[in-house]
Ligand binder design. Structure first.
Ligand SMILES: [Zn+2]
Length: 98
């Protein structure tokens, strides 16, 4: 069966595609092997936006500006927020602590 391009996916297929993508990212990080390219991350993010899907915690896996997957980000934690600095472009992302 020919693989559909991301643009042709239904919402259900898109959800599956996105979940698989991020679980691969996590596996790659765990095994310390070459990860997704910023271009691939950007495509998945566009796909999620198109179907109005939330990335949730997966958003914390990559830089919001250059879409690089975080490998060794500088992490700072204080009472209310956690911040991560992208090692590629230097953008700092802040997250509220749960
Ligand atoms: Zn970045």
């Amino acid at each position: 069966m020919q693989k559909k391009s991301l643009k042709q996916l239904s919402k259900t297929e898109a959800i599956k595609e996105i979940q698989e993508f991020f679980s691969e990212i996590k596996d790659n990080l765990r095994n310390n092997i070459k990860n997704k390219t910023p271009e691939q991350v950007k495509k998945i993010k566009t796909l999620a936006m198109k179907h109005n899907l939330k990335l949730g915690a997966n958003k914390k896996l990559f830089c919001k500006r250059c879409f690089s997957v975080y490998k060794h980000p500088e992490i700072r934690i204080n009472k209310k927020t956690k911040s991560m600095k992208c090692e590629n472009c230097g953008t700092i992302s802040r997250w509220k602590m749960d």
